[in-house]
Design a protein around this ligand. Sequence first.
Ligand code: SF4
Ligand code: SF4
Length: 56
Amino acid sequence: MAYVISDACLSCGSCAGECPVGAISEGENQYVIDADTCLSCGACADICPVGAISEG
Ligand code: SF4
Ligand code: SF4
C-alpha cells in the first residue's frame, strides 16, 4: 500500500526531496504522492514536520 499525504500538509516541500523514487510532487493545494510510484519506504513520513504522511 502506498503512503498518502493528509490535508494537514503545509506544502513545505521537505518530503519531496527525501523520496528516492521521486513519487512526491506539489499538487494544487498540498503535496501529493503518486501511488503507482511509491515504494512504501516511509522516508517521507519520517521527515514531515506535521505528521501529515501515513501508510494508506
Ligand atoms: S514512502 Fe518512500 S517511496 Fe513512498 S512517497 Fe514516501 S519516500 Fe517516496
Ligand atoms: S513534509 Fe509534510 S508538510 Fe511538508 S510538503 Fe511534505 S507532507 Fe506537506
